[in-house]
Design a protein around this ligand. Structure first.
Ligand code: FA5
Length: 333
């Protein structure tokens, strides 16, 4: 008997019966303990030693081929039974609903991106409370009660039983003081978060928006460091060389003070306030060493989103309209 020919014949016979016989019957007939494949294996010890390798391989292949064919046959019959025999338990309307994959809002994505960029420059993230005391939001930042600059930040006051007056923080700068109170220089931190202002809205002003505060305090910190960091942040953020304009400004907590404007797509937009940290602010944070200097900045995140996307009205951002969010094309995470 030519065993290799027998194996070939068994394979051909099995394939010809596959579409007409029940898989269970074929499984028993070919793969069962006394089935055709097992019978063929019994011949193996009698085969010539030089042929044994070939025959063994052919037998294993035959067994595998039959197993795979029967498996496929089983899958087909399960699938066709499900659609034919089971009641359609999913209502068609639900069946047609597609599953939306969630992603970060443009504001959060931009905030994370800034944190990453500043993280690569050695800044670590800290946070502070949104309900703040008058002391941290104003007094410690060199803005006492009668100071005219207080009027710049129209404030939402919160009723409190405390002796301290409370408010919704008007900027992220109070986190500077909270951090300096607990930490000795060198300091490199960013403080992202939501801020609130009691003012009327327009195309570039919201009542609730986000800032990211930066603070660097060290013996080596200078205006040159400050300019270098700002340039690095914006060229990484916009992924190209962009024009930045520093305008002299006034903040009671920095001296000198600047507004930072960025030009993108032929449009200037005020992005941040910044400056070298005022001595009395360092002192409020228990830092009195005259060799130490600091710089700080507070950037408006929604304004950056506007620049990145070409959006011309800030009020769309928190409108809750999903069409707007998708339209922006901010990276989906
Ligand atoms: C401040 O809030 C300062 N705390 C910034 C600062 C920090 C200065 C550290 C110096 C040192 P200002 O009010 O300019 O400054 O706000 C900072 C940024 O927030 C602005 O440049 C702008 O990008 C954004 N911003 C301000 N007001 C609004 C608003 N109503 N809606 C949206 N974004 C705003």
């Amino acid at each position: 008997m030519d065993i290799l020919q027998e194996i070939q014949n068994t394979s051909t016979e099995f394939q010809s019966r596959l579409s007409t016989s029940e898989p269970e019957v074929l499984a028993q007939e070919y793969l069962g303990r006394k089935g055709k494949v097992a019978q063929l294996f019994k011949h193996l010890p009698m085969v010539d030693p030089e042929q044994k390798g070939n025959v063994g391989q052919a037998l294993n292949q035959l067994k595998q081929e039959i197993e795979e064919s029967l498996n496929q046959q089983n899958h087909k019959s399960v699938a066709s039974n499900t659609s034919q025999d089971l009641p359609n338990i999913i209502p068609p309307s639900l069946d047609q609903l597609s599953q939306e994959v969630g992603h970060l809002s443009p504001v959060t994505a931009t905030m994370f991106r800034l944190q990453d960029i500043l993280g690569s420059l050695g800044f670590s993230v800290v946070t502070g409370p949104e309900i703040e005391t008058e002391y941290y939001n104003f007094d410690a930042l060199n803005i006492p009660d009668e100071h005219p600059a207080r009027d710049v930040w129209d404030t939402v006051w919160v009723s409190s039983t405390d002796s301290q007056k409370s408010l919704l923080r008007t900027h992220t700068s109070p986190v500077q003081i909270r951090h300096m109170e607990k930490t000795k220089p060198p300091i490199r931190i960013v403080a992202p978060g939501r801020v609130y202002r009691y003012e009327s809205t327009d195309a570039t002003h919201e009542t609730t928006f986000h800032q990211i505060e930066g603070l660097m305090v060290d013996t080596t910190t200078s205006i040159a460091t400050f300019k270098g960091v700002i340039k690095e942040i914006f060229s990484k953020l916009f992924d190209q060389e962009i024009e930045i304009r520093l305008r002299p400004s006034h903040f009671p907590f920095t001296e000198p003070s600047f507004e930072i404007d960025v030009k993108f797509n032929n449009r200037w937009l005020e992005i941040a306030g910044a400056g070298m940290v005022h001595r009395s602010v360092l002192a409020a944070g228990n830092i009195t060493d005259p060799a130490v200097q600091g710089f700080a900045f507070g950037m408006g995140i929604e304004r950056i989103v506007m620049l990145l996307t070409g959006l011309d009205d800030i009020r769309y951002i928190h409108s809750g309209d999903l069409r707007f969010v998708y339209q922006l094309g901010i990276q989906k995470n």
